[in-house]
Design a protein around this ligand. Structure first.
Ligand code: ADP
Ligand code: MG
Length: 435
């Protein structure tokens, strides 16, 4: 191919300076080529750097290293030909629909009549015909998001960047807008050459994308690249579609949940064993997931996509819970499945007190930080220790914020398990029932 790629991202790295002078590395070694005619999905959990990458591509921010080129030229500021749709309705309440859409053209210095003509055409195309002089407050969420689309499309961009454009909408509205968008795309009516869609919704990626890049966190990077060959329009119930969804889950879990057997404790919990950052997960959700997987029809082993749809949980909610269950050895996650361990099965059928005791045992036995806190409390005559006693140690491995979150996560679980107590006001740990 002699033509330069529509968009080429090479070895991009992005860090932000932190208050303490160190760097928060958000993206590292990111490579991506966008080909003509493709919708590429960036799929990953919240905080994995997806929006940051989109902002770099849009020229709203600059990479710390690496390069981004659009049609062979480096992106060094907002590029003409690249437009963006945001998650929230970035529209002005005091402007009409027409005025909001026309804003997209402001920078181009076109004659008034031309601006009006182009804006009306974009409004018409996106299904807002008749609402030109309406104000945003008179519109539903779906209609407001259409205004966001119209404002991006009015400039006839080559590349459309979409940052979770459907995630603030209710399920039905989101589906209608997706379908309308795909229709316009297939018919070539938007005259867009390529789309990058950021999403944390697996099915949305499967429904819309020709290629799906699975993003991992800390720092954000591409873990897998999945080519999707299913023709459009796709049907969520089609077995081939379900297979694709399953495959994405398998990819995501394979990378996120190293099997217990192959990852020794030392490797996952380096140093004092308190070097790992935990997701904040409620014990209620953990118990709920254990119960669901233990019950019929799953009886101890379930397909993550099925569970997610059963519990209407998005991956952002489901994965941390599954992760914590795996960490505490209540379950194993492998190949897109979650399987309860013996401890998990016992927990499911246990009474409240038994559950707490078992939870405490798993927590103290398998989560090094929890075990460490408990040992310190056991050893001290007062059975008390200030929070700083632990955060100081933890900050050798992680920054202050991560330490805070991780400690919060452990405190929440320890409270449920009655493994130890924590006084929020005094910031002091103590034994629940010192003997
Ligand atoms: N301007 C910024 N300054 C400092 N940190 C930032 C900035 N923008 C994003 N981050 C951090 O980068 C990480 C990734 O954020 P983001 O790109 O929004 O993730 P995602 O879109 O995948 O949820 C987060 O930890 C966020 O706090
Ligand atoms: Mg984001």
């Amino acid at each position: 191919m002699n033509n330069p790629a529509l968009l080429s991202i090479e070895n991009v790295r992005k860090g932000f300076p932190k208050a303490d002078g160190s760097e928060l590395l958000v993206l590292d070694g990111v490579n991506l080529q966008l080909a003509d005619g493709q919708i590429v999905g960036l799929l990953g959990r919240s905080g994995s750097g997806k929006s940051t990458l989109l902002r770099l591509i849009a020229g709203l921010s600059t990479p710390s290293a690496g390069s981004i080129t659009y049609l062979g030229k480096p992106v060094d500021g907002p590029a003409e030909g690249i437009a963006m749709v945001f998650q929230s309705f970035a529209i002005f309440p005091w402007l009409t629909v027409l005025e909001n859409v026309a804003l997209g053209l402001e920078a181009q210095g076109l004659p008034k009549a031309e601006i009006r003509k182009l804006s009306l055409a974009a409004i018409d195309m996106i299904g807002l015909d008749g609402f030109e002089s309406a104000y945003p407050r008179e519109l539903s969420g779906g209609m407001r998001q259409r205004v966001g689309f119209a404002r991006a499309l009015v400039v006839h961009p080559n590349i459309l960047l979409m940052d979770e454009p459907f995630s603030a909408l209710d399920v039905l509205t989101a589906e209608t807008l997706r379908t309308d968008f795909l229709d316009l795309w297939s018919e070539g009516r938007m005259q867009i050459k390529g789309v990058i869609l950021v999403t944390h919704n697996i099915e949305e990626a499967a429904l819309m994308c020709d290629r799906i890049l699975v993003f991992g966190s800390n720092p954000g990077r591409i873990l897998s690249d999945i080519e999707v060959t299913l023709p459009q329009p796709r049907n969520r119930l089609d077995p081939a579609f379900r297979e694709l969804v399953e495959r994405i889950y398998v990819e995501m879990t394979a990378k996120r949940f190293p099997a217990i057997a192959e990852s020794g404790r030392e490797e996952r919990f380096p140093g004092l064993g308190i070097g790992s950052v935990f997701p904040e997960v409620s014990s209620n959700l953990m118990a709920g997931l254990i119960e669901t997987v233990a019950a019929a029809p799953y009886l101890g082993k379930a397909d993550l996509p099925e569970i997610a749809s059963d519990l209407t949980m998005e991956i952002d909610e489901l994965f941390p819970v599954a992760e914590m269950l795996q960490m505490m050895r209540f379950a194993e996650v492998e190949g897109g499945d979650i399987k309860l361990t013996e401890a998990g099965m016992v927990f499911a059928s246990a009474a409240v007190d038994e559950r707490k005791a078992l939870f405490s045992r798993q927590l103290l036995g398998h989560v090094p930080l929890a075990g460490h806190i408990r040992r310190v409390l056991d050893e001290r005559a007062s059975h008390r220790a200030p929070k700083r006693r632990f955060t100081d140690e933890m900050e050798d491995f992680m920054d202050e914020e991560a330490a805070e979150h991780t400690l919060r996560a452990i405190i929440g679980l320890a409270r449920y398990a009655e493994a130890f107590a924590y006084d929020d006001e005094k910031e002091v740990f103590s034994l629940e029932n010192p003997t």
